[in-house]
Design a protein around this ligand. Structure first.
Ligand SMILES: Cc1cc2nc3c(=O)[nH]c(=O)nc-3n(C[C@H](O)[C@H](O)[C@H](O)COP(=O)(O)OP(=O)(O)OC[C@H]3O[C@@H](n4cnc5c(N)ncnc54)[C@H](O)[C@@H]3O)c2cc1C
Length: 215
């Protein structure tokens, strides 16, 4: 997967909002501002965090992940249309020609997210998923069925890309739920990657969540 931080608000916006509420002066992200941010978290005065948001471009994640991600309603999403992705599949003659494991591996890795599996199961995964992609190809090119019908054949591992905008309050909730070891491995990897690409000086906003620094 690839995660890019496209845009973000300065952490100072949160301080400014909190200073309005407290009627006090900022010390330019010095000890007083840092202590204020920690106090806001401790007191759960979290509405001030809504003034600060991030926009991420996320590529190479599965549709399985997507359906879990969009359950986070307090965020905005724009997802790549499957119609365009299917157009790419039908142009790719390698899918039609693929007949052995090494061909299957190539096409599956291009279009799908591959989970970490023991070798035998992994080979089965490549084979089953390649058959699925070959059927998608056949349904479009031979049977001339519209993409809106063919998309029902796509596996959950099929890769997609999206833009996601989320404010700090909601991102804190997202990280709490999805950076946890209880979460799906792929959305956990995404959550940790998103945390990694935000500016270093924003990490104070998440320090109570005890996120792993690197994995
Ligand atoms: C480990 C794990 C397992 C899960 N398993 C399942 C499962 O088996 N089945 C399933 O359906 N889902 C499952 N989920 C999804 C989960 O139930 C949430 O839908 C998802 O995590 C989004 O969380 P959220 O509602 O807090 O986020 P958001 O939708 O972003 O909401 C953020 C916060 O806003 C508030 N809020 C938003 N909308 C409302 C509302 N309508 N009313 C009141 N308050 C609101 C809540 O405080 C909420 O926490 C699972 C999640 C995790 C992390």
């Amino acid at each position: 997967m690839k995660v890019e931080l496209v845009d973000y608000d300065k952490i100072e916006k949160i301080v400014k909002a909190a200073r309005v509420s407290h009627g006090s002066e900022s010390d330019g992200m010095g000890p007083s501002d840092k202590s204020l941010l920690r106090k806001l978290i401790q007191l759960r005065h979290e509405s001030v965090f809504e003034h600060c948001a991030y926009t991420f471009k996320i590529e190479g994640v599965s549709r399985a992940l997507l359906q879990e991600l969009v359950r986070h309603r307090i965020a905005s999403y724009t997802v790549r249309s499957t119609r365009f992705t299917l157009k790419d599949i039908v142009k790719n003659k390698d899918i039609e020609k693929a007949e052995d494991l090494s061909d299957f591996k190539k096409i599956v890795e291009r279009y799908c997210v591959v989970p970490d599996l023991p070798e035998e199961a992994l080979n089965e995964f490549y084979t089953c998923t390649a058959v699925c992609l070959k059927n998608v190809y056949k349904f479009i090119s031979e049977y001339k069925l519209p993409n809106d019908i063919v998309k029902y054949l796509l596996p959950e591992s099929f890769k997609t890309e999206l833009m996601m905008s989320i404010n700090v309050r909601s991102f804190r909730n997202f990280l709490q739920l999805r950076a946890s070891k209880k979460a799906l491995w792929e959305i956990r990897a995404l959550a940790l990657e998103m945390y990694k690409v935000i500016p270093e000086n924003h990490h104070i906003l998440y320090e109570d969540l005890n996120l792993p620094q690197s994995e």
